[in-house]
Design a protein around this ligand. Structure first.
Ligand SMILES: [Zn+2]
Length: 91
């Protein structure tokens, strides 16, 4: 039996990551937890896809989107996690 959803990556499963997703973007969680989420996302294709989709939403709507509040720090971290550093350099 191989149930990927229950795999722990960096001490978190996918449910833990999605639970903390909005806090992550708010920049409202401890550094240690941020690092764990980032380690998980870099090793988990499912969560990587979720982050990537969320990132595109942010880039598309930026500050105009109501209810989407992302700190600059979180945005920068997100780009690093998704290996989109080149995107930041262009701006
Ligand atoms: Zn995951």
């Amino acid at each position: 039996m191989n149930n990927k959803k229950n795999d722990l990556i960096a001490g978190m499963n996918c449910g833990d990551v999605s639970d903390h997703l909005s806090d992550y973007y708010d920049g409202d969680i401890p550094e240690e937890l941020c690092s764990k989420i980032e380690q998980h996302v870099e090793s988990c294709t499912d969560c990587y896809a979720v982050f990537n989709t969320f990132n595109k939403t942010i880039e598309l709507y930026k500050e105009e989107a109501e209810g989407v509040k992302v700190s600059d720090d979180a945005r920068h971290r997100l780009h690093t996690v998704l290996h989109l550093e080149d995107l930041l350099k262009d701006h």
